[in-house]
Every structure is written in structure tokens, then in C-alpha cells.
Design a protein around this ligand. Sequence first.
Ligand code: NAD
Length: 256
Amino acid sequence: FLKGRTAVVTGSNSGIGLGVAHELARAGADLVLNSFTDDPADHDLAKQLADEHGVQVRYIQADMSKPDQCRSLIEKAGSCDILVNNAGIQHVAPIDEFPPEKWDAIIAINMSSAFHTTAVALPLMRKAGWGRVVNIASAHGLTASPYKSAYVAAKHGIVGLTKVTALETAGQGITANAICPGYVLTPIVEKQIPDQMKTHNMSREDVIAKVMLQRQPSGDFATVEQMGGTAVFLCSPAADQITGTTISVDGGWTAL
Ligand code: NAD
């Protein structure tokens, strides 16, 4: 049902972004994949998705920490019916030891990039009379954890931006929502495990069970396919009146 629609997914050469791209393509959407790298592997990935799903897939390099590159990503895409703001990074440290440059990078990539891409995408969506903005926030867009000041601030910020986007597009065939994943075992999470082992003086298994999934009552990681399925649902007619809200896919994290 997404045949003829173009989806731009930021940060989509890995993890959740790639999972979302796969599910949107499976539903028929053409894709623009993105990351800050420009490796042969990135272009191979685009070809692989095109072959697998029979849709058009382009890879456009753009660094989501740079406002002009966020904007030019959408300009180069040319059309953008579905915008998935997914690019994100993490850094874990107490506030008084948190490197200011890490704070700036997380705010830029995890939050401000969505403002810049959305600003350029909305006129294209209005022209098409249809559009979907799907922001990948986090359970940390609704709750907090120690040592993740920049990430929690950015994710709360993108939830706020989602609401404003919904209000400014209401009644125009455009919706804006945020998906709030709990823990999904992707590279961003894998990279946190050694830091958490050090901080908590625990084994890998104990960090996963007692620190990460301790907040996730289901006791299981969520999957990238589940994030993709939720994004596809938000693009379906059943979701036409769902706008300005968050959908938690977190195994019960935010119910605790
Ligand atoms: P990941 O590290 O696998 O993917 C992050 C993606 O962002 C990669 O494709 C990377 O290339 C891209 N990226 C990083 N910096 C970029 C930049 N400057 N410009 C362009 N692209 C850039 O991690 P993930 O788990 O797939 O995370 C994706 C999103 O989901 C993030 O916003 C993250 O905060 C969010 N999220 C993840 C989890 C989880 O448990 N994995 C939970 C909640 C929210």
C-alpha cells in the first residue's frame, strides 16, 4: 500500500533505521537510505534492499550533526512522503563529567536534525497532500536514567517537536508521531555494554539482565522488525487520525 511513496530514513545503514527501511520497502515504498559515511558497503546495501523488495533505493550521504546537510538530504531526495528521523548516538557519563562536545553532538544528531529535515520535508508533503513524519524517540523520551543527560534531554525534545509538527500539519493529510522503543539489541546498545560493565562492575550477562532489561518487564529486547512494523502501521489508513502522540514499543518499561 506504500507503492509510489518515497521514504527518507536518516541513519539507516544499521540497526533500527535499517529495520524500518526494510519494512517500509516490504510495504512498497521507495527508499532513501542515509548515514554520514560514503562507503561502498552503503551503496551495496541500497542495491541489496532494491533487489530484495523490488523498489527504488538510493543512498545519500549526509551528516545529521550538520544543519545544512540535514536540509540538503531532503532537497537531494526530491520527494519525501514519509520522513523517519532515526539517526542517533549515545554517551554515558555523570553530568559533572559529561564532555560538552558530546552534549552538543547528541543534541544536534538526536534532536535538531529532525527539526531541519522536517522543515524541508513539510512543504513537499503539503504539495503531495499526504505525509508521515515518524520520529524515533525512546523510552528515554518519556522517562529518565542517570548518566544519560544529553540523550534524555534530546529524546524529550524530539517528543515535543513531534507534537508541534502534528499541530502545524493537522487537517493537511499529514501526521507526525514518535515511536518510543525500549531496549533493542543494535550496535548503539552493544557499545554501551562495556561502559555499563565498568560503571556497575558487572559481567556482560548481568548488565543485560540487571541493568538494561531490569527496566523492561517483558525481559526481552524489542526488535528492529517490530520498530519497522510500527512505522508501517503509522503509514497505514488505520493511523490517519493518530497524530502528535507517542507509541511505546518497550516491553512495559513506561508502565512501571
Ligand atoms: P545504531 O547505532 O545501530 O544506528 C544509528 C544510526 O545512525 C546508524 O545508521 C548511524 O550510521 C547513524 N548515524 C549516527 N550518527 C550519524 C550522523 N552524524 N549522521 C547520519 N547518521 C548518523 O543504533 P540504533 O539502536 O539503531 O538507533 C537508532 C535510533 O533508535 C536512535 O535514534 C536511538 O536513539 C533510537 N533508540 C534505540 C534504542 C535501542 O535500544 N537500540 C532504544 C530507543 C531508541
